[in-house]
Design a protein around this ligand. Structure first.
Ligand SMILES: [Fe+2]
Length: 280
């Protein structure tokens, strides 16, 4: 039986990827950011997942306003790196796991969550920056990735509760896959950030800390945060945090916090990161 053994949440700030790609990781501004992930890299090298399911959002790279799937799953064997305006990031192409992805679709759709099947998709910083933070600069990513893309860009975006319940459905799907796989699920994006308008650069450390504090013991409190509350308290892009709730929903009720890191500001936003392991 396949099983989800751990969850990782991490912001996917594009400037972090650019700093890494352009050899700036050791500069004073960026050094603390990458230092916060040193333990995480050691942890994942030790855990050696067979597969990672990465929940992220596309930033108009693979999709456009012509097609906006609320939840989509990448079923391809390979996902090329998107060109977001400066050429594709110099990172390995992402290898998929079509058999597992197709199984998840089959299970989750029959479980009444309608995932859009995507057989050709480029992946952008939403997916690749967390991989860089966790795996560094390998020649190939160390395991196949199943991408799950969530629309948090064009309203209406899904509620936190819907995301949390989808996480539970993904877990049921994984556990009915007939192969012995140890899977880590990522929820990416967040934390507080607002990229435009008079409130650009908004950071609400109190809100973020409360979110981090509640994620393990009381996710049910977090799923009740409304879209308006995210906007008001933590900025328009903080809505990305609903993707962390998919990760949390896919884990046990009781989880162990392995590592936490919070850093402000990083490119005008709050960078948050947390790792949980299932207790069983
Ligand atoms: Fe984003």
């Amino acid at each position: 039986m396949a099983r989800i053994i751990a969850g990782v949440a991490a912001s996917h700030i594009p400037a972090v990827g650019a700093a890494w790609d352009n050899g700036k990781a050791d500069e004073p501004y960026w050094r603390p950011v990458f230092k916060g992930f040193e333990r995480s890299k050691e942890w994942i090298a030790r855990v050696k997942p067979d597969v990672c399911i990465v929940v992220y959002n596309d930033h108009m790279s693979a999709f456009s306003l012509e097609i906006v799937p609320t939840f989509a799953i990448g079923c391809a064997a390979e996902f090329p790196i998107a060109d977001e305006g400066w050429g594709p990031r110099p990172v390995p192409a992402v290898k998929g796991y079509p058999e597992l992805a197709s199984h998840i679709v089959q299970s989750v759709v029959l479980d009444e969550f309608d995932l859009t099947i995507v057989n050709r998709m480029e992946v952008d910083h939403g997916l690749t920056v967390p991989l860089t933070l966790m795996f560094g600069k390998p020649k190939e990513w160390p395991c196949p990735i199943v991408p799950i893309a969530v629309n948090v860009v064009v309203y209406p975006v899904p509620t936190g509760n819907r995301c949390y319940m989808l996480g539970k459905a993904i877990r049921r799907a994984v556990e009915s896959f007939d192969k012995d796989l140890r899977i880590v699920i990522f929820g990416t994006g967040g934390m507080s950030h607002q990229l435009q308008g008079p409130r650009a650069g908004l950071i609400n450390r109190e809100f973020d800390t409360r979110f981090l504090d509640n994620l393990a013991p009381d996710p049910e409190a977090l799923v009740r945060i409304s879209h308006l509350e995210y906007l008001r308290e933590a900025g328009s892009e903080a809505i990305e945090l609903v993707m962390w709730l998919i990760m949390r929903g896919a884990l046990d009720d009781r989880v162990k916090e392995i590592h936490r890191f919070y850093h402000v500001p990083a490119s005008n936003t709050a960078l948050g990161h947390i790792i949980f392991e299932n207790m069983a």
